[in-house]
Design a binder for this molecule. Structure first.
Ligand code: GLN
Ligand code: ZN
Length: 732
């Protein structure tokens, strides 16, 4: 009889209860006891849901008031010294997460290739990890016991912990390995006194990446040691997000109880089964990070393949990763069409799916091939011709059409989104004001924004994006093939949640997406107005994408819709169009051998979205990061005329990559950081321009902020842009 296992469960709550409790606590409206009470209620409720679905392995310590990496930092006694002056543990915890008046917050970054952000541990060479502390774990464990759950205990694994950390003193993270493993051994020893036969799950997603052999040797040392701390513990090492074949070869020979593998995003794990070597196999077969109903017959076939190599008694059926990455339940969705709703499965529904496949598997009841969700014909890449001439030809034509000065100035698209802007949009969405009133108010904002840009003396203007709440959601709402849940929230970081669009069907552009706004904005000025669109790769990377056809095909459908918009804009005499690919890099696979395939469809679909542009139409793109080392060839192949990027915090170090690659097109490296309200001085930006010119020919350089201004206030925006323009005049 096989068993079921859930890697981890969402903690934010079915109605984001944790978010609201945290924010009330932070605002000083409630005390910590009240926050703790909400947390406890949520944990109990979440355990109950899993109990109802007869899940055999239910986690504790998957809950967190902010982030599990931060909790691990606390557990290991790895508090950065700069926070040691805060005595109150709770104040210190939240200061580490969010900063306070005297402390900058710890850094936060994306958890592998998900949209979840973790707090990056700050380690240094002489940290001794002598104060390990399992009080949070013990509390949750005892709580679960009282609920009749004998929980497994989730811990971030030592290798993933160390190598996702920052060594703030510049020391080598490898040197900390011994100390960290010793601390984990102490943690295990303490845990072993909590009860009998406790399963401890070590999350080691690091091993789904392409790694150097030295990591694997450390894996061996770590688990040979941790596996024998107590005979009272069953150690499971769980990997996810991709294949982990190399790690399995080593873990199969470690004194551990179980190995967790993701067969949804790493089907190649099937080739590693020989090395499981009698351990329990925690088989991740239910997709933990996408929202579509499980294809039962496909999963059954997968299990049959696993069953050929592993004794069924040793197989535990599991989610592919923690359910943290999907929304809570579809049961609160009242507005989705039955067509869409019936295809969805969020965390609670996935528990049912786990139970369902387990029952079928146990009874050896092979499901009929399910009447597959209706397939829609999609446009093949060949259908979109890329007809643009070589860059040099385009450059000449564009110069003639645009007549821009040396060091053209522009912004990335959005201008400050104030409370008022958002209030008007919300009122319109709720039907409280008419469309006419809403549009009039947007036109007013656009007009003011254009006037400001003219007054500042910018060369290429934007309309300001006041009609957009979010750069993906806005387009999704206008395109056919997207749906929006009411309550499909996924934790992004701390109390922050996102509600990704559901890209469920054939994507079609039934109406113009931005033309009216851009044409209106252009009518207000003689300067070129830049059209502003979001690219296909970013739209896909920030949505839940249907999985019944290949992603590349979905990307081309989106690309075709964007291309139609590009064409209509240029036919309305818009001479510059920006197609943002803010999330291009986020979508990169964890495994090197999969990168080529990603780059292929990503570049091709981007090109499909701009291929329709005339040679004299100038295509810009924007990317929200700066590390182009590995991907410069790919960026080149995208063939944009101008790329704006985020290098404002690194001088020209990162620009050198472009120089080395002999990159020919134009670049706007971002002269100042928009992520802070600080107004940079003219001198500072002049210096920036000088450093840029050390590596870039002057004809290639654009001057702009490093990202959109929507999170900034008007006064600092005005001041910063004024200084930017002054610096450009000096440079000219
Ligand atoms: N055009 C968008 C803006 O300015 C780009 C945002 C982004 O890069 N995330 O807001
Ligand atoms: Zn950006």
């Amino acid at each position: 009889m096989s068993q079921t296992y859930v890697t981890g469960f969402p903690r934010i709550g079915e109605k984001r209860e944790l978010k609201f409790a945290l924010e009330e606590y932070w605002a000083g409206k409630t005390d910590f006891e009240a926050l703790k009470a909400v947390a406890k209620t949520l944990r109990n409720r979440h355990w109950n849901y899993q109990k109802e679905r007869h899940i055999d392995f239910i986690s504790c310590n998957d809950f967190s008031l902010y982030d599990i990496m931060l909790d691990t930092t606390v557990m290991l006694g790895a508090i950065p010294p700069r926070f040691e002056n805060i005595d109150d543990k709770t104040d210190r915890y939240f200061a580490m997460a969010r900063g306070d008046d005297d402390h900058a917050a710890m850094e936060m970054t994306k958890w592998f290739n998900t949209n979840y952000h973790y707090i990056v541990p700050e380690l240094h060479a002489n940290m001794n990890f002598s104060h390990v502390n399992i009080s949070k774990i013990a509390e949750e464990f005892i709580e679960a016991k009282a609920q009749g759950v004998h929980p497994k205990i989730n811990l971030v694994g030592p290798l993933t912990f160390i190598f996702l950390s920052n060594a703030v003193d510049g020391s080598d993270l490898f040197n900390l390995f011994d100390a960290v493993v010793t601390a984990y051994a102490k943690v295990l020893y303490a845990i072993s006194s909590l009860g009998e036969n406790i399963v401890v799950q070590f999350d080691e997603p690091l091993f789904a990446k392409t790694l150097e052999p030295k990591f694997l040797s450390l894996l061996k040392i770590a688990y040979e040691r941790l596996g024998v701390v107590s005979s009272n513990l069953k150690i499971a090492v769980v990997t996810y997000f991709d294949r982990a074949n190399e790690a399995v070869e080593i873990l199969g020979n470690c004194p551990i109880w179980g190995i967790g593998l993701d067969f949804v995003y790493g089907e190649e794990n099937l080739d590693a089964l020989l090395h499981v070597n009698g351990k329990m196999l925690i088989a991740g077969v239910i997709d933990g990070r996408n929202v579509w109903k499980n294809n039962v017959s496909k999963t059954y076939n997968l299990l049959e393949k696993i069953g050929e190599k592993i004794d069924p008694k040793q197989i535990i059926l599991s989610t592919s990763c923690s359910l943290l990455h999907v929304p809570f339940s579809t049961q609160f969705e009242e507005k989705l069409t039955p067509e869409v709703k019936s295809r969805l499965s969020f965390a609670l529904e996935k528990l049912e799916e786990l139970e369902q496949i387990n029952t079928l598997w146990e009874k050896k009841e092979k499901p009929e091939i399910s009447a597959c969700t209706q397939k829609v014909p999609s446009l093949k890449s060949s259908a979109i011709a890329y007809t643009r001439s070589a860059y040099a030809t385009r450059f000449a034509l564009q110069q003639k059409a645009l007549n821009l000065p040396l060091f053209p100035t522009t912004t990335i698209g959005s201008f400050p989104q104030t409370k008022e802007t958002r209030a008007v949009r919300n009122a319109f969405k709720k039907g409280e004001i008419t469309r006419e009133a809403y549009e009039a108010s947007l036109k007013e904002s656009i007009k003011k924004c254009v006037e400001l840009q003219e007054a500042l003396g910018l060369d290429v203007l934007v309309h300001g994006e006041f009609e957009r709440n979010d750069m993906v959601e806005y387009f999704g709402e206008l395109l056919e093939g997207f749906a929006f849940s009411e309550n499909g929230w996924v934790q992004s970081y701390g109390s922050r949640c996102v509600k990704p669009p559901l890209l469920y069907g054939s994507v079609n552009r039934k109406q113009p997406l931005s033309v009216d706004w851009i044409v209106y904005a252009q009518s207000l000025t003689d300067k070129p107005m830049k059209g502003m669109l979001t690219g296909p790769v970013t739209i896909l990377n920030w949505s839940f994408v249907r999985n019944d056809i290949p992603k590349s095909e979905v990307a081309f459908e989106v690309a075709r819709a964007i291309a139609e918009e590009v064409d209509e804009l240029q036919r309305h005499d818009i001479k510059i169009i920006q197609v943002d690919e803010a999330a291009f890099k986020e979508g990169y696979p964890l495994r090197e051998e999969k990168i080529k395939a990603y780059e292929k469809w990503a570049v091709e679909s981007f090109k499909a979205s701009i291929g329709i542009a005339w040679d004299q139409t100038q295509i810009h793109t924007h990317m929200c990061y700066s590390n182009f080392n590995d991907i410069i060839d790919t960026i080149e192949r995208m063939d944009a005329d101008v790329i704006t990027i985020e290098t404002s915090r690194s001088g020209n170090k990162l620009l050198k990559v472009f120089q080395k690659a002999n990159y020919k097109a134009q670049i706007g490296p971002g002269v100042y950081d928009i992520h802070s309200p600080r107004v940079p001085s003219v001198e500072e930006m002049s210096e920036q321009i000088k450093t840029f010119l050390q590596v870039l020919p002057k004809e290639q350089l654009w001057i702009n902020p490093d990202c959109g201004l929507k999170t900034r206030g008007w006064s600092e925006t005005r001041a910063a842009l004024t200084n930017m323009i002054k610096a450009v005049h000096l440079a000219r």
